[in-house]
Design a protein around this ligand. Structure first.
Ligand code: ZN
Ligand code: ZN
Length: 345
């Protein structure tokens, strides 16, 4: 009889059942990972609330993950037992137009583990070796599970082109906004201003070394931009990470004419944009979706070179059997929550 393991199954919105299932074995080209840490992000919370448009139940969550390799399938030579790893969680077709043109992150048939395919919320997880990223020995498993959200920030910043010497505005200081700001500084931006209506998140931003923090409920963002970056100049580039109508409106209103706006946020409710203002000011709205595997490597380098701090973002940690408590904390105390981790093993 094969050995059993724990698996957390979300059977319906707000319902997580811990089940006993057989430990899988790695097939050809696959790796068996002993899962250590899982991060919970905003998209997971949408699934928890039954608000994610592309997820059906039951689903095993877990896409921000770290673990240790415990066995490899036939033909796998790049990983060995004991390696620290994180999966790049996108499963793509490889045949559609975006896939054939290097943009598999926007594959026409994209599946992300934890959403359209079972994720890593279990003790042991099997994953293809060529979709797995090796973590440095020096990195903690908590940090390792945060490489995925950092890769989101890395791609967003790469979309902005060369930021050397630029003054950057980041709207929204949640985990992604914070990581976008840190990445921008890390790769050479002159100065970064970050905004949020949540004071706790601004304190975290300061702890991470972000130059200017603004609470638009307390200070006028437009005035602050002129004061800090220059009356006419304001920000050279803006990253929209709020996902809120008001955030997007503030971006369009305060952008200097002719600038680029990177849309990083995922919008729960479709926002309305005054396209006449976008048109007249020659603003460029640029989308960015997830990452590719190279962005994971850049993310690891940023952490290893101490250009990005991850630890200040982790506000909570729950044991695997208390998975549901993690969501309750996020629900009940958003004012003191940033990144919540699940300790699996
Ligand atoms: Zn995520
Ligand atoms: Zn495809």
């Amino acid at each position: 009889m094969r050995e059993k393991m724990k698996q957390a199954v979300m059977t319906a919105p707000k319902k997580i059942e811990i089940e006993q299932v057989c430990i899988p074995s790695p097939e050809k080209g696959e790796v068996l990972i002993h899962i250590k840490q899982i991060g919970i992000c905003g998209s997971d919370v949408h699934v928890y609330h039954g608000l994610h448009p592309y997820v059906s139940y039951p689903i095993v969550q877990g896409h921000e993950t770290s673990g240790e390799v415990v066995a490899v399938g036939e033909g796998v030579t790049i990983f060995k037992s004991g390696d620290k790893v994180t999966p790049e969680p996108q499963v793509f077709c490889g045949k559609c137009y975006p896939c054939k043109h290097g943009l598999y992150n926007i594959c026409n048939d994209l599946k992300v583990i934890g959403f359209q395919q079972n994720g890593s919320a279990c003790d042991y997880f099997v994953y293809p070796a060529d979709r797995l990223v090796k973590l440095p020995e020096s990195m903690s498993y908590e940090q390792g599970a945060m490489i995925e959200p950092l890769a989101v920030a890395v791609r967003a910043v790469k979309k902005a082109g060369d930021l050397t010497g630029k003054d950057v505005l980041v709207m929204g200081a949640g985990p992604i906004g914070n990581l976008v700001a840190q990445t921008a500084i890390g790769i050479g931006a002159a100065s970064v201003m970050i905004t949020d209506t949540n004071g706790f998140r601004l304190v975290k931003a300061s702890e991470c070394g972000i130059d200017h923090v603004v609470n638009p409920l307390v200070e006028d963002l437009g005035e602050k931009l002129k004061e800090v970056f220059g009356k006419e100049k304001k920000a050279d580039i803006i990253f929209e990470c709020t996902g809120a109508q008001t955030g997007l409106e503030a971006v369009i209103k305060n952008a200097r004419k002719g600038t680029d706006i990177i849309i990083v946020a995922v919008y729960g409710h479709a926002p309305t944009v005054d396209m006449a203002l976008v048109n007249e000011a020659e603003l460029r709205l640029i989308g960015t979706a997830r990452y590719n595997i190279d962005d994971f490597q850049t993310a690891i380098d940023l952490v290893t070179n101490e250009m990005v701090k991850l630890s200040p973002l982790i506000t909570d940690s729950f044991d695997f059997v208390d998975y549901i408590k993690a969501y309750k904390k996020i629900e009940n105390s958003p004012e003191s929550t940033m990144k919540v981790m699940i300790k699996v093993n």
